[in-house]
Design a protein around this ligand. Structure first.
Ligand SMILES: Cc1cc2nc3c(=O)[nH]c(=O)nc-3n(C[C@H](O)[C@H](O)[C@H](O)COP(=O)(O)OP(=O)(O)OC[C@H]3O[C@@H](n4cnc5c(N)ncnc54)[C@H](O)[C@@H]3O)c2cc1C
Length: 403
């Protein structure tokens, strides 16, 4: 995990000591699982639920203190774009009016309730810092101990490593700067103008959040905008069509999906459109291309005297800690089909952007991918002697059926 030292709130986890190679193996041999799921966000929980239905033994490890924390940690005013009727994970509907758009804390609470209802074996405060091969199995080293497993499911999210341009380090230290993942509310900022860099949905929503208190300058060009207002009518009439396209048309199994998905960059503006931002007083500026004399510089060479900069510049995936080179392209992208890594039998990914379909990363799509992966795991031969107290009791699928 690369730490972005001076960016507020971007120190995701403290450094922890790791085991030496031989010690790792010795320790790992003592605690075995059939499957270790890394990450207890919606993707990891959905895989866990499906594994339990199939009578599999597994554990879910997560670096955060509580299930739902990846949602809780987002900015205070965040509401999801997806209506409650599409936000349920397998086996449990989202407890809100079907056409409503829940808050990020309601989504977080739903995740916690989901894990509790299905008694999913989540171990929090456990950060995985290495995955490597040991014969037919895998060794997982964590902040607490080393473990052995037949199967590994990497469900660490597509949004955990903030992407910020290198030149950000050159900004004057009097300017408060942070990545969108560290932004919570306007009180974090200094008096004065705010430059929001990146005109995707995060940039648009954060600009709107700040516009009543600050002069906001928004840099960049959105990847289009949905042509209808966001709200219950859109949830009833338009989003079902968008979901259908994302689930069934834009997939890696259709010619159009294979052509479009790898090139898809960014999402059109969904709730806050350019007209809403203009009405709120947000000023559009050109692309930020560098820093001059400590100030952000635009493409035309001009500089902006702002007191704050928020980088809504997205995320990158970082799998340096997965020591299985055959599983990745030279650029570090997992080589997989529907989350299954053919070159490393037993290794799976879930929740990656456009992993199988346009909706793979979001609530409406993750359940289907989780189901596919769990079924794949269930037909693999079992190697581990799962006899420790951590063994998950095999469940009767009927017991876990939708209530
Ligand atoms: C601002 C924003 C708004 C969004 N809005 C919507 C929306 O409206 N609707 C929608 O459907 N989707 C939305 N998404 C997209 C997506 O649903 C979320 O990003 C969601 O949190 C992804 O779930 P996940 O389980 O894949 O990853 P995460 O929720 O990020 O969970 C990953 C988990 O893995 C853990 N982890 C990571 N690395 C390690 C490690 N090395 N060891 C142990 N644990 C680890 C983390 O602690 C975390 O709990 C939004 C995303 C963002 C950023």
């Amino acid at each position: 995990m690369t730490q972005i030292g001076h960016f507020a709130g971007c120190e995701l986890w403290p450094e922890t000591p790791t085991f030496t190679a031989s010690k790792q193996l010795e320790e790992a041999m003592k605690v075995e699982f059939e499957t270790i799921v890394i990450g207890a966000g919606q993707a990891g929980l959905a895989v866990g639920h499906q594994l339990a239905l199939l009578g599999q033994s597994f554990v879910i490890l997560d670096a955060n203190a509580r299930v739902g924390d990846s949602w809780r940690g987002r900015w205070d005013s965040l509401r999801v774009f997806t209506p409650a009727k599409f936000n349920g994970l397998p086996g449990m509907r989202f407890p809100a009016p079907r056409l409503s758009f829940p808050t990020k804390d309601e989504v977080a609470d739903y995740m916690a309730a989901y894990a509790a209802r299905f008694e999913l074996p989540v171990r929090n405060n456990v950060r995985v810092d290495g995955v490597s091969r040991a014969g037919n199995r895998f060794v997982v080293t964590t902040s607490a101990e080393a473990l052995m497993a037949d199967n590994i499911v990497i469900a660490t999210g597509a949004t955990h490593t903030p992407r910020v341009p290198e030149f950000a380090r050159g900004l004057d230290t009097s300017i408060v700067q942070m990545h969108s993942s560290a932004y919570k509310h306007p009180e974090q900022l200094r008096e004065g103008a705010v430059l929001v860099v990146g005109a995707g949905n995060s940039g648009a929503e954060i600009s709107f959040d700040l516009a009543t208190r600050h002069h906001v300058l928004l840099s960049g060009t959105p990847a289009g905008q949905l042509p209808v207002p966001h709200g219950p009518a859109m949830a009833a009439l338009v989003l079902p069509l968008v979901k259908f396209l994302g689930m069934h048309v834009l997939t890696m199994d259709t010619p159009v999906g294979r052509s479009v998905l790898p090139k898809m960059k960014g999402t059109p503006l969904i709730r806050m459109k350019l007209n809403d931002l203009k009405a709120a007083g947000v000023e559009r500026v050109a692309r930020v291309t560098g820093v001059r004399e400590g100030l952000p510089m635009l493409a035309d060479g001009s500089t902006l005297e702002v007191a704050n900069v928020i980088w809504c510049t997205g995320f990158r995936t970082d799998f340096d800690w997965v020591h299985l080179p055959a599983a990745f392209t030279p650029a570090g992208k997992p080589i997989q089909y529907r989350g299954v890594v053919a070159s490393e039998p037993g290794l799976y990914f879930v929740g990656l952007e456009h992993m199988y379909a346009a909706v793979s990363e979001v609530l409406p799509g993750v359940g289907r991918d989780a189901n596919y992966i769990a079924r794949h795991i269930a037909i693999r031969p079992r190697l581990s002697r799962v006899d420790s107290e951590d063994r998950v009791v095999r469940r009767d699928p009927a017991e876990l059926a939708v209530r």
